[in-house]
Design a protein around this ligand. Structure first.
Ligand SMILES: Cc1cc2nc3c(=O)[nH]c(=O)nc-3n(C[C@H](O)[C@H](O)[C@H](O)COP(=O)(O)OP(=O)(O)OC[C@H]3O[C@@H](n4cnc5c(N)ncnc54)[C@H](O)[C@@H]3O)c2cc1C
Length: 361
């Protein structure tokens, strides 16, 4: 059994199929597990960290919670209950309790991103602890640095061609589970794939997300009663991921979605940082004087994601036929929770069931 991609979808499939007695190998292009779950521990000082991708877990994402619990990972509140957040989306600058931030989120994005702040949690120590926990259990079943370039099949077997140190290699399997985002799958040769699936893979648009991180020498905004969270016009979220990490240094970050993210992505790295510094200094005051270094993450530039997320939906893609011969599909884009870890997990558990019913162990 071959699994393509070691993001949340590929990892949970590998883990569950392994537990069911299947012989699995995972081919992953990057040198690390987790895909869009990526905790940035550099270039920050003192062990501080911030999330490039998945950060928040809502209380109703049962599958995400199930695996957090299975691997005994500690959770903590996502939002601080102390001090005030800022809101700029109602005309002027307002200082609000943190539920003013989540109600702004709800107003702009719906309940899926809003509600009571207490329903939101994060993994203490960084979200990447979750994919690492899966990867630890899978051990050498994951082959890193192995981008897939071709998938073919016949009555006898499936064959996957991938690069290893730039040389083409082929692995064979009875079945293949592909969790590669469509933004990259469109460049993989798949002879014989049905034209409906090919069209969807080619035409699926991935959203842009841009995040800019500013490390500061201290958290002087706290002296003015602010917790470092803000909802700007745009709408752009501002977080202080370090509010629950030891000080004195801090990180303030912006989280721009489609509409704003493309504009930030177009800028050079130093311009992204300088415009964000100006923006956040204007909001909180004192940011410029304590600024130490900046960094950025623009997801459309990510070599192995080329975008943040996509809305396809499994039914539209499957058109009544979930798999194509020996080839099965999963990933956040094929779920009812796109743009969430829960989506990657649920779509993959569907595929695990499909494969387990098909292949006797
Ligand atoms: C900015 C951002 C914020 C988010 N916030 C949250 C949040 O707060 N909470 C939450 O629950 N979720 C959040 N998510 C969503 C969550 O991270 C994703 O839905 C989930 O991680 C996707 O998992 P996946 O396995 O489907 O895809 P991926 O994680 O993309 O995994 C696919 C894997 O395939 C690999 N790959 C690509 N091409 C090839 C190839 N040719 N050969 C081999 N391997 C290849 C990639 O390197 C990658 O590891 C966020 C995502 C982003 C980008």
């Amino acid at each position: 059994m071959l699994i393509l991609g070691a993001g949340m979808a590929g990892l949970v499939a590998g883990y569950e199929l392994m537990k069911l007695g299947h012989d699995v190998t995972i081919l992953e292009a990057r040198p690390r597990p987790g895909g869009r779950v990526h905790t940035l521990r550099e270039p920050f000082s003192d062990g501080l960290f911030a999330e490039a991708g998945a950060a928040r877990i809502p209380d109703d994402h049962d599958l995400t919670h199930k695996y957090v619990k299975e691997f005994a990972l500690p959770l903590e509140p996502f939002y601080p209950s102390r001090l005030h957040a800022l809101r700029f989306d109602r005309g002027g600058r307002e200082e609000v309790p943190i539920d003013g931030f989540t109600s702004a989120m709800e107003g702009h994005f719906g309940y899926d991103l809003g509600g009571n702040p207490e329903r939101w949690q994060k993994i203490k120590g960084g979200t990447d602890l979750l994919p690492k926990a899966f990867a630890d259990r899978l051990g050498n079943k994951i082959q890193y640095g192995s981008p897939v370039v071709r998938i073919e099949q016949d009555e006898k077997e499936a064959r996957v061609v991938f690069l290893n140190a730039a040389r083409r290699q082929t692995m064979t399997a009875d079945n293949v589970l592909c969790t590669i985002p469509f933004s990259l799958l469109r460049d993989v040769e798949i002879p014989g794939l049905s034209s409906q699936k090919r069209d969807i893979i080619k035409n699926t648009r991935y959203d842009a997300v841009a995040r800019v991180y500013l490390q500061t020498r201290d958290r002087n905004w706290e002296e003015r009663g602010l917790n470092g969270f803000a909802f700007a016009n745009g709408p752009i979220e501002i977080w202080q991921p370090t509010w629950s990490q030891p000080g004195p240094r801090g990180i303030l970050m912006t989280y721009a979605r489609p509409g704003e993210a493309e504009k930030i992505t177009k800028l050079k790295e130093n311009e992204r940082v300088s415009t964000t510094l100006k923006q956040l200094d204007g909001m909180f005051g004192g940011v410029r004087e304590s600024f130490e270094r900046g960094s950025t993450k623009c997801w459309t530039e990510d070599e192995w994601s080329r975008g943040a997320w996509a809305f396809v939906g499994f039914d539209k893609f499957a058109l009544g036929i979930a798999r194509e011969g020996r080839l099965h599909f999963a990933g956040e884009h094929l779920s009812q929770w796109p743009s969430w870890m829960q989506g990657a997990l649920s779509s993959s558990l569907r595929a695990v069931k499909e494969i387990n019913e098909l292949v006797k162990v």
